[in-house]
Ligand binder design. Sequence first.
Ligand SMILES: NC(=O)c1ccc[n+]([C@@H]2O[C@H](COP(=O)([O-])OP(=O)(O)OC[C@H]3O[C@@H](n4cnc5c(N)ncnc54)[C@H](OP(=O)(O)O)[C@@H]3O)[C@@H](O)[C@H]2O)c1
Length: 301
Amino acid sequence: MRILLLGGSGQLGKTLINSAPERIGSHLIDLISLNRKDLDLADFSACKDMVRLLKPDFVINTAAYTLVDKAESDSLKSFLVNADAPKALAEGLKETGGKLIHFSTDYVFDGEKSKPYKTFDIKNPLNIYGKSKALGEDYIMELLAPSSQCFILRTSWLLSSYGNNFLLKMLTLLMQKGTVNVVSDQISSPTTTITLANACWSLINRVSAGEKPSNILHWTDNGVASWYDIAQAIAEYGLEFGILNKPAKIIPINTLEYPLPANRPAYSVLDLTESRKHFDFPSIYWRDSLKTLIGKLKDLY
Ligand SMILES: NC(=O)c1ccc[n+]([C@@H]2O[C@H](COP(=O)([O-])OP(=O)(O)OC[C@H]3O[C@@H](n4cnc5c(N)ncnc54)[C@H](OP(=O)(O)O)[C@@H]3O)[C@@H](O)[C@H]2O)c1
């Protein structure tokens, strides 16, 4: 079974490579990971041609323009990578018959709801990143949902041991500073890339076995938190695993006290009820997932 992975140098992409099974069902996996120099996602024709050339059974698209604040002043690039590239992949797959697993975000919602967002809730993104991801979803659904060739996996607040994510940034700040201000009025579900990679492989397994999950799925770790709560948990586990000695004091602040170019939803928890029917493993409480991840980091510090 040929699987084309896009975004293999990103935090989710790396986790997918490291957790890839040898087989799906009775099929050996031929995992092809292309990076930016092999395929620039801002090049629509190149994306479509690559799918035509490789004819993968699945494309896993983890690649995205993920710089939420930079996207506000780089809207063109954000839309090319997050909307037009998925459209090109979908057009290619419509011709070749392969399926697309595409990752999307809680930031397609406006955060005005006080209950977790269902997969069918109306999208109303507050920033360019969210708008471009929402348009990418729409293109994919239009082209591939009628033939059950697409699965959009929305997730939130990814944490991992790679790249420039909140966990690694916070560990550095907690080590180096006396106090750290962290926003406490934005709420979602922190999710490790390990959780999400497992969900992705499980989904491919099920689809290959002939199941037809919904075209839009939500997957995150369980429970909700603010960035402040996550920072506190990082300090706690950092101490427990001996990564931190005397962590900085963490001060809760409001979004308004930490202005950024992009607006963010105040509440973007995703409802997993429907999606849980399609995954055959338990979801994990975010603190447990984070603790396991920090435990694995301890040798690096
Ligand atoms: N991070 C989060 O908190 C979060 C939350 C919700 C949803 N998501 C979604 O989850 C998915 C994975 O996110 P992530 O955090 O793993 O992303 P990431 O670490 O920022 O990685 C993004 C990947 O996209 C690639 N990329 C960007 N522009 C490209 C281009 N023009 N051509 C080719 N490759 C390009 C990057 O390649 P380079 O290494 O060459 O830059 C990198 O491999 C994305 O769809 C994202 O929207 C993320």
